[in-house]
Design a protein around this ligand. Structure first.
Ligand code: ATP
Ligand code: MG
Length: 365
């Protein structure tokens, strides 16, 4: 797997970032306030979660929650409207996602989980931030480039998506956001907007820091094309292992995962990305290093090794799949969890929005 710093360099983010911060002279004032650590993170209801979402986000959320961190989670339903979708399917996906988060071990009593659209202050802050954000800055973002290439008509919502993402975390004054590598550029935009806002209107927001897994969890790759990440919205279902796949489906997908012509099991993300992806996933499943996985797999060819990996994945995922099915039988409970989350999140969001409106000069009533 490419390290974070090489990713940053290859995308020339350092250069662009320096350019942006030095050009805007009012954006260079250092942060002065010490903000209490607060973690906010969201996930889109665009389909069934896959192991990339699990290891890259949800499993880490659970660990943070267990270690007593101040965390808030949300289902990013407004974001899932930026690409073509069916309303009935979206509604179903929302139930499925909240059931999945609970089945993965998120405890709604310890921290709020809410539906983004039920806290309208997110969208209001998005508008205010959009009046600080330039169009060239947004059009550079890789996610916009990738997703806009998939549709004939590019909606303005897709273009604005990263500003809403910035609002999602800033409205709750998040200091840290756990996520996969794919979100890095968007989070840099959020930090950029926080700095711009603070320097123009007075210190209001913490400058957000991403928390990205330094192991394989930062970027779990597609089983069909290891140059791409696994994605809920990838049209090829065989590219990902989902948390609702049956044991049989998991075994079939792993068996057909793209590897190469060398039969030995080694961990070399650059030269052998397909095999390294499987070893990386296995290391996360067993909570050991990739090297330990390779040592255990000594003497196995990749075909036989895949059977071992598939069994270990089934052991991890099957209890989660059964719990999701149980939670889905009790929709009233799922709605109650989201309502409780909304009530808590709305209070923080409203306090921030009042402060923001005061600072930007629109709160005369
Ligand atoms: P979509 O294809 O609809 O964008 P997605 O699979 O990319 O779906 P998101 O809802 O956009 O999922 O992202 C939710 C969280 O999961 C984010 O923190 C994101 O960084 C993380 N994530 C997504 N895909 C991966 C992956 N393949 N490896 C590690 N983390 C991932
Ligand atoms: Mg995504």
């Amino acid at each position: 797997m490419r390290g974070l710093s090489s990713l940053l360099k290859s995308n020339n983010i350092y250069g662009k970032w320096n350019q942006l911060t030095t050009k805007a002279s009012y954006c260079t004032k250092p942060e002065t306030k010490q903000w209490p650590r607060k973690i906010v993170s969201g996930i889109q209801p665009t389909g069934i979660l896959h192991i990339g979402n699990y290891f890259g986000a949800v499993q880490r959320w659970v660990k943070m929650q267990e270690s007593g961190e101040n965390v808030t989670f949300f289902i990013a339903d407004l974001h899932s409207m930026t690409m073509p979708y069916e309303p009935a399917k979206l509604r179903e996906n929302i139930y499925e996602l909240i059931a999945t988060l609970l089945a993965c071990g998120i405890d709604s009593k310890k921290s709020p989980i809410f539906l983004q659209s039920t806290v309208p202050q997110h969208a209001e802050l998005c508008w205010i931030l959009s009046c600080l954000c330039t169009m060239p800055r947004l059009s550079q973002l890789p996610q916009f480039k990738e997703k806009s290439a998939q549709v004939r008509d590019v909606w303005a919502g897709l273009f604005m998506y990263p500003v809403l993402q910035a609002a999602d975390v800033l409205i709750h004054k998040a200091t840290h956001v756990p996520c996969g590598e794919d979100q890095l550029q968007q989070l840099q935009l959020a930090s950029h907007l926080a700095k711009l806002f603070n320097n123009r209107f007075g210190e209001t927001f913490p400058v957000i820091k991403p928390i990205i897994g330094q192991d394989a969890s930062g970027r779990i790759r597609s089983l069909r094309d290891p140059t791409k990440k696994q994605s809920k919205s990838d049209p090829n279902d065989k590219s990902r292992i989902t948390l609702r796949d049956s044991p049989d489906a998991i075994r079939k997908k792993i068996k057909r995962a793209i590897t190469d012509f060398t039969s030995e099991v080694t961990y070399d993300p650059t030269k052998r990305p397909g095999v390294a992806n499987l070893v990386g996933i296995h290391a996360l499943v067993k909570n050991v290093s990739p090297q330990e996985i390779c040592n255990e797999a000594k003497g196995l060819d990749t075909g036989k090794y895949k059977l071992v990996l598939a069994d270990d994945l089934v052991n991890l995922l099957d209890p989660i799949r059964l719990k999701i099915e149980d939670y889905l039988k009790n929709r009233d409970y799922l709605e109650a969890v989201l309502k409780d989350g909304r009530d808590v999140a709305s209070q923080t969001a409203e306090t921030t929005l009042k402060e923001v409106k005061h600072r930007v000069g629109v709160n005369i009533l």
